[in-house]
Design a protein around this ligand. Structure first.
Ligand SMILES: [Cu+2]
Length: 271
C-alpha cells in the first residue's frame, strides 16, 4: 500500500503540471479570445497583461515548490514501503538548520513578490500612478440588479451630477479603444463589484463612494461585464456588456444614442 501512495503523490504532481500545460489550448484558462495554443485567453488591457505576468510568476514559483515537495514525499513513502527488515531505521527529532532554511526561503520569496508587484498595484489602484490622460467616459451606477450608465454629451466632460444633455444606457457600457479611459463607479444600494474578466479589471462598488476605475481596451469588440459580489437574489442577472469601439464609432454612437433619447416623436431627427 505504501508504494501506491508514493506513486499517487508523484503522479498527482505530474498530472497537475500536465493539465496546466494543455489547459490553454482547450480554452480552459484565462477568459479571453480563444485562439488556441499557449497564450489563449490573453488579457485585452495593458494592466491586464501585467496582472497576467504576475500570475505566471506566482504560478512558476508554486509549481516548482509543488513538484519539489511531492518528489520528496514520494521518495520518503517509497523508501518506507520498500525498507528491508534487516535495514536500520533512522530516527530523527528534526533539524534546526532545515527549519531555518524553509522559514527564510518562503519569507524571502514572499517579500520579493510583495516588492515586485508594487508598480502594477500602484498603477491599477493609486490615482497618482494611473495615466493622467485617462478620459472620464461614463458614470457607472450599480443597483439591484442592473448597471445604469451615464455619459456626457459628445465633446463635453463628465460632471459629478446629471446634466440635461447626458446620454444613458442600461447594462451596456460603451467605451473607445486604444487609449486609457476611466469610469466613476457608484452603487445605489448594496455593495456590488464591477468585473470585466477579459480586461482583468475588478473593483468593488461601495455605498457612499464614487470610485474612479481606469483601463484601456486593445481590441474593438464586445466583452462580458458582470457583478462579482453576491449582492442579492438577482445577482446572477447583473450580466452586462462592455462594447469597445474605435474613437470615431464611439462619437457616432453617442450622437445616435442622444438623437434617439431626445426624440419627442414630433420632430424627426435631422438626416
Ligand atoms: Cu451586484
Amino acid at each position: 500500500m505504501g508504494r501506491f501512495w508514493a506513486v499517487f503523490f508523484v503522479a498527482s504532481a505530474v498530472i497537475a503540471v500536465g493539465l496546466c500545460w494543455v489547459a490553454p489550448s482547450y480554452g480552459l484558462w484565462f477568459p479571453g479570445t480563444l485562439k488556441g495554443g499557449f497564450g489563449a485567453g490573453v488579457a485585452h488591457s495593458s494592466i491586464g497583461k501585467k496582472i497576467d505576468d504576475l500570475f505566471y510568476l506566482v504560478l512558476v514559483i508554486v509549481a516548482v515548490t509543488y513538484i519539489g515537495t511531492h518528489a520528496v514525499l514520494g521518495y520518503v513513502l517509497w523508501r518506507g514501503a520498500t525498507i528491508k527488515p534487516e535495514e536500520k531505521v533512522l530516527f530523527s527529532h528534526g533539524s534546526h538548520s532545515l527549519e531555518v532554511i524553509w522559514t527564510i526561503v518562503p519569507a524571502g520569496i514572499l517579500l520579493y513578490i510583495a516588492l515586485y508587484q508594487m508598480d502594477v498595484w500602484a498603477a491599477y489602484r493609486f490615482k497618482e500612478f494611473s495615466p493622467k490622460k485617462a478620459e472620464a467616459v461614463a458614470e457607472v451606477t450599480a443597483r439591484q440588479f442592473e448597471w445604469r450608465i451615464r455619459y456626457p454629451a459628445r465633446g463635453k466632460t463628465l460632471m459629478p451630477t446629471p446634466q440635461p444633455d447626458d446620454v444613458y444606457t442600461v447594462n451596456e457600457l460603451h467605451v473607445p479603444t486604444g487609449r486609457p479611459v476611466s469610469i466613476s463607479l457608484k452603487t445605489e444600494d448594496v455593495q456590488h463589484a464591477f468585473f470585466v474578466p477579459e480586461l482583468r479589471i475588478k473593483q468593488d462598488a461601495v455605498p457612499g463612494l464614487t470610485i474612479p476605475v481606469w483601463f484601456d481596451v486593445d481590441e474593438p469588440r464586445q466583452y462580458e461585464m458582470v457583478c462579482a459580489e453576491l449582492c442579492g437574489w438577482g445577482h446572477y442577472k447583473m450580466k452586462a456588456r462592455l462594447i469597445a469601439v474605435s474613437d470615431e464609432d464611439f462619437g457616432a454612437w453617442k450622437d445616435k444614442a442622444a438623437l434617439e433619447q431626445f426624440d419627442d416623436g414630433f420632430k424627426k431627427p435631422a438626416e
